[in-house]
Design a protein around this ligand. Structure first.
Ligand code: RIB
Length: 305
């Protein structure tokens, strides 16, 4: 089956510790538990799109180690086309060191490993996947030059191009904005990209206006429990989030992006796709871990607020 949603991005093994709180610099803290869980923003978005109803292909790189085999196997088990997930000889797989505290907040350190090898040449080898897609998604855990290359190719091919600018550490290249159909940052990413504070629907609206002025065609700022804000040249609309008891917010944004993309690929309207993604993300925060927390299509359909 041809993949309607193609993700070009990262795969990480998440090394997750639960602890009473996040440690301070120089501090040794006793944690509650430790697990290894498949993650990485790209792979999480691929799993979300697949569980939420889309046919999906992933383009990315892992190391030639046991984590690489496990990360690939986790995607294959979801029915994701992994012909373009390649192992880099002599390299380790990407890892994310994650601490989740008793208030369900997290802190994450990532080491790129294989993700750093996702070059434009690697992407070009799998151009057929891009040309067969309806939606193409990138994040920022692979080299920036590669992301720019994918955005440009996606625009040339006339696809729906989504950029989740996560993690954001610097402003986006100015010429990227015109290549993106949906720019989907969270609060801190929107703040970093615009230099404006973003912590409410009103401040998100100002940041979205600035991002539109930079050339983005549509912006969706995710606001955690405050929902999300869609801004286009003709409208700005707030979508309230379903109320849930959060246990672990890891991969909530990824679940939203994957769910939104899957719904768009199925022909849902923008508003329906946002509401669908929000329910999926809300369900994900009630469960621990990245990929294990992502709900299925039936769970989202059956959700009662
Ligand atoms: O967005 C959550 C993800 O960020 C984790 O799975 C971790 O791998 C980091 O990339």
């Amino acid at each position: 089956m041809q993949a309607k949603v193609v993700i070009v991005g990262s795969l990480n093994m998440d090394l997750v510790t639960r602890a009473p709180r996040l440690p301070r610099g120089g501090e040794t803290l006793a944690g509650h538990s430790f697990v290894t869980v498949p993650g990485g923003k790209g792979a999480n978005q691929a799993v979300a799109a697949a569980r939420l109803g889309a046919s999906v292909a992933m383009i990315g790189c892992v190391g030639d180690d046991a984590y690489g085999d496990q990360l690939r196997a986790a995607l294959v088990a979801e029915g994701i086309d992994c012909t373009a997930v390649t192992a880099v000889p002599g390299e380790s797989s990407g890892v994310a060191l994650i601490v989740v505290d008793d208030n369900s907040q997290n802190a994450i350190v990532i080491v790129a490993g294989g993700n750093g090898h996702v070059s434009a040449e690697v992407v070009d080898r799998f151009d057929t996947l891009l040309s067969q897609a309806e939606v193409i998604i990138c994040q920022l855990e692979i080299p920036m030059a590669t992301v720019g290359h994918v955005l440009k190719r996606g625009r040339e091919l006339g696809k729906i191009v989504i950029l989740n600018p996560a993690p954001a550490s610097e402003p986006l290249p100015a010429d990227w904005y015109a290549l993106i159909d949906y720019l989907i940052p969270n609060e801190s990413e929107a703040s970093l990209l615009t230099g404006l504070p973003v912590d409410s629907v009103a401040t998100a609206d100002s940041a979205a206006t600035a991002l539109l002025a930079s050339g983005a065609s549509k912006v969706i700022i995710t606001l955690g429990p405050q929902g999300s804000l869609l801004a286009t040249s003709s409208r700005s609309q707030h979508f309230a989030a379903p109320k849930v008891q959060a246990l672990d917010t890891t991969a909530a944004g990824d679940t939203f992006v994957g769910g939104f993309a899957a719904a768009l690929a199925e022909g849902k309207s923008e508003s329906e796709a946002i509401q669908f993604g929000q329910i999926a993300a809300a369900l994900s925060v009630t469960r621990a871990g990245a990929q294990p927390s992502i709900p299925t299509f039936d769970e989202v359909q059956g959700f009662k607020p």
